[in-house]
Design a protein around this ligand. Structure first.
Ligand code: NDP
Ligand code: 8X3
Length: 252
């Protein structure tokens, strides 16, 4: 029987690359996001290219009722979720704490933290029942070390780091694996979103070194999900070679 993976935030970046890699590896995939046309395009690519099933869940992850309804309403073929990848998220703004926009903070906490909790809470009961399942949270190096102008995003990703540890402890009796991948700089739509559509500012983030790609991260997540059932990779920090941590980037 094919396994099913649910990937939140699959309209771009890591999520889209993961949907393709997991499909290529033979998983049926459930993809989520707000941009329906992108989800539909991805769904048709996946079903045509990889011969697996792909189901769309179209909702805003900040909406608790929508998260609950999306999981409760899954059709029978997709009702069993073997791997949940909590990926939807991002940064909004990069400002000094005193200049930061409170709406941006709320968006970051609602999306990266509360959305992850809503979806996980809705998926966990079936994993508990089966005493089997794997939850993979996409954190960030920003959840390991704070950096200048990181404030709200640091808070959100530190929360993901803490939650991953707490979930792993609490879900231990049910044989559920909980992992975190904490990437450094990868070129996706992340910076475009962070700088609210300013393409020049976004491109500057990736100049002078070779950033990671979404495919690099997708390969790593697939590796994490592919371990035998008695092995749980707890936490992986992964950066471009030019990046030592949140604030030491060697740019040429
Ligand atoms: P992208 O901006 O390329 O993709 C973000 C995805 O999240 C999109 O599919 C978007 O879908 C989804 N998303 C955002 N907000 C919502 C929402 N309210 N409801 C539903 N879906 C939402 O960024 P990345 O692929 O780079 O980011 C993926 C994850 O990786 C994020 O959690 C990010 O914080 C993390 N990360 C990224 C790093 C990087 O350097 N790129 C490094 C470390 C961590 P849509 O807009 O269609 O709803
Ligand atoms: C994204 C990486 O360094 O911009 O999470 O915070 S960073």
């Amino acid at each position: 029987m094919k396994k099913t993976v649910l990937i939140t935030g699959a309209t771009a970046g890591f999520g889209k690359a993961m949907a393709e890699k997991f499909a290529a590896a033979g998983y049926n995939v459930i993809i989520t996001g707000r941009r329906l046309e992108r989800l539909q395009q991805l769904q048709s690519n996946i079903t045509e290219q990889y011969g697996v099933q792909c189901h769309i869940l179209h909702f805003d992850i900040r909406d608790r009722a929508a998260c609950e309804a999306a999981i409760a309403g899954l059709p029978a073929d997709f009702a069993r979720i073997d791997v949940l990848i909590n990926n939807a998220g991002g940064a909004w703004g990069r400002d000094r704490f005193n200049d930061a926009n409170i709406d941006d903070w709320e968006t970051m906490l609602d999306t990266n933290v509360k959305g992850l909790m809503y979806i996980s809470k809705a998926v966990v009961p079936q994993m508990i029942e089966r005493k089997e399942g794997h939850i993979i949270n996409i954190g960030s190096i920003a959840g390991k070390e704070a950096y200048e102008f990181g404030n709200g995003y640091n808070a959100a990703k530190f929360a993901v780091d803490g939650l991953t540890k707490a979930m792993r402890i609490d879900l231990l009796p049910y044989n559920i694996r909980v992992s975190q991948i904490a990437p450094g700089a990868a070129e996706t739509e992340f910076s475009l979103v962070r700088f609210k559509g300013d393409e020049e500012k976004a491109a500057a983030i990736y100049k002078g070194y070779t950033p990671m790609t979404a495919e690099n991260i997708a390969d790593i997540v697939l590796f994490v999900a592919s371990q035998p059932p008695h092995v749980c990779i707890n936490d992986l920090v992964v950066t471009p070679t030019a990046q030592a941590n949140s604030y030491n980037m060697y740019k040429q």
